[in-house]
Each structure stands twice: as C-alpha cells, then as structure tokens.
Design a protein around this ligand. Sequence first.
Ligand SMILES: [Fe+2]
Length: 442
Amino acid sequence: MKSTKSSMAHLLLSTFLLILLTACSTHSPQINEVKSDKYRLVWNDNPMSTMTIAWNQYKGKPTLHYGLTTQTKQTALPNRQTNYRGMNNNFVRLQDLEADSKYYFKVCTQQNCSEIMYFKTAPSSDASFTFIAGGDSRSIPKGRIRGNILVSKIRPLFIAHGGDYTKDGTESEWKRWFTEWQQTKSEDGRMYPLLVAHGNHENRDTEMLNKLFDVPNKDVYSKLDFNFLSLYTLNTELEPSVGYYDMVSKEKWDKYKKWDEQTQWLKKTLKEDIKPWKVLSYHRPLRPHKKSKAEGRLRYLEWSPLFYTHGVQLAIECDSHLVKYTHPLKPDLFGEEGFVIDKEKGTTFIGEGSWGAPTRNNDDDKSWTLDSGKFWQFKLITASPKSLEIRTVKFGDEEIEYNPNAVEALSQEEQNANPTAIPKNLDLWDSKAGEVLTLEKR
Ligand SMILES: [Fe+2]
C-alpha cells in the first residue's frame, strides 16, 4: 500500500515537472524571437521623399522590408550601424519615396520579422497638417509616458523635440527612453518621425544625437522644407561658456568657431528662404521665464535680429520646464530684457519644455509675456498656409494625476478626411489667449 502511495506521488511529481518543462520550452523560443526593438523614425532630410528608420538589433543580419502595401515588397539594408549606449543601432535611410503616402515597414532577419508598422510622408500640396513640439522629457518617466501616449492619439505629422531627452544620456536612460518611445505608436501601427535638437543634457557626448538618430550634421543644426513651412533646428549648446560641459571647441583660440559657423549658416539660409512660414526649434530660451536661468547672451544678440529681419513668426524654446507664450516681439535694446511688442512683424516665442522633467515655477514674466504656467505639456500646432494655430496640451504634473488613455484617439480615417482634426477631449491650456493662440499670415 505504502509503495503504491509512493509511486503515485512520484508519478504526480513527474507529471508536474513534465508540464513545467513543456511550458518553459514552449515559452523560451518566443523570448528568443525578439531580434529587434526600440524603433524610431527620424526626419534628417526632405520630409516628402525620405525617412530614416532606426532600431536596436540583437542578433542576425537585418533587412528592412517596406512599401506602399502591407506586402512590403521593397527591401533595404542598413546604411549605418553604431554600437552605442549598449545598443546596436541600425539606420536605414529611405529615399525616393512618394509624398503624402503611407509606407508600411518591418524589420526582418532570416528567421523572423517584427510586426508591421507604418509612417506617412509629408504632403507636397498645400494640405494642412498638425505637428507636436516639446522637450525636456528627462527624469520622470511617469510624465514622459503620458506625453508619449498622447502622441499616439494625436497622429502628428512629426515631433520636433527640443532636447534634454534624458538626464545624463547614459546607457540605461537611453534604453528606457527608446522603450517608452514605443508608446507613441498608434493602435494601427503608425509611428511618427522625430526632428531632434541638442539640449545641455546631451553635452556629455557632442555626437550623441548623431550616433542615436543619425543626424547628419554633427553640430545638430538644419532646416527641413515642408510644403509651406520651413522648420529650423538650432543648437544653443554651441554658444561658448553656456553648456555644462561645453560643446564648443576646447581650443581657446577658436572658441567661437562653431557658434559663428551656425550663425552665418542661419543668416544665409533665412535670407534665401521664401517659404511663407518660418518656425524655429532650439533648446535654451533667449529670455527664460525662470529667474535662476541665465539670460541668453549671444543667442539674443546675434539671433533675435535675424529672426526679426527675416520674418520668423514662431520660435519654440525649451529648457526651463515651464510654460509660456509671448506676444510677437521685436528686438529693441530699450525694451524690457531687450524686446518690445511688434504685432506686425514680431516673432512669437513659446515654450519652455516640460515633457516629464521636474516642473519649475514660472517666476520671471516680462511686460511682453502673454501668459505662463507650470505643468507638464507639449505644443500641438496646426499649420495651414493661412495660419498657425498653437495649442498647449497639458498632462498633469508630479502631483496632478492625468490619464492619457482616457483621450479618445483620432482615427486615421478621421485625419484623412480632415487633416486639421485633433482628438476631442485633450486637456488644453486655457491661457489669456484662450485655448488656441492663432498666428495669422501677415
Ligand atoms: Fe536644458
């Protein structure tokens, strides 16, 4: 009897172990199947005909499959790989794409493929579009993720990120940032390209954005041409004696070289620019709305006259972790902190970056500040040939809870029918200009 009991127990134990082993063995190949992740799209070239697709590859030789249908019949091999921040970053630079088109893509090895995702190229006609501009996504993942999820609901043409992605730009921070970036992907697999600016928290390695996003100009300034709008990305960290670790040349004698080159490029490029709308994105404000932040010196003295003379309507600034709109401004040394209101020809400055960084008090308003605030947010801008409509999308703060999943996502069909459509129940800042700050074409 005793022996029967013991053999029964033995049988039960063996069966249990067999089930456990089977479960483990059926599970492990799935884990091993993850060959690539941390997908991101970048616009480093003509947004109507190019797209850079980047990802982290674990093993195997990857091929990108892409095309106008889900069959993704075209293939491309990575143009570049960087082993950086613990990731094998692969970059495919797609060219000769059709404007205003939906491209499907997936990353494959010989054994398996990623899920199918898609992106849209920019319109070449005068069709309106929306885009998101924000920055300072460092330090608090809770806030950063709220913003990321909102991207997936809004379906912007692109995101202009104004810098300070992570706190120190370390391996673990960047891995986490890219993993969380996957939450910007919409339910139907659409992903959105980044236009990246360099912030002071990227100063540990001046080539950080080149190695992670394949930004062609290692000094990270450029202009992208949309149908009726030029989007300039500038690098405030090239200004001597500004950055924590100084991105500028270590040689004293050519301390101003990179800064001067950028300013000359800006001057020449603005002068030749005939697009109706000129919009800038950069990290440090010319005049921060936070007292403890140093005032811009060269960036004010040398850039603001160029903005004004060449008709820049909108400058998007970051760095201070707060919220502001200014009136349209003209540089004037007799005005408060060097600006006076000029509603005819002035530049409107908005900002100042709080996509999950610790919020700071808006304690430095000027006579020409339209309104300011303190919460997590990014800007949602609707661009049309006649106007730029600016909205500030709020997503709570360290104390105020906010559930981005409660926002009713815009569907691709809704956006196709109306390219200016935005989700209905976004929490919009009711500023002194109301929920929408409109810049009319002059
Ligand atoms: Fe910053």
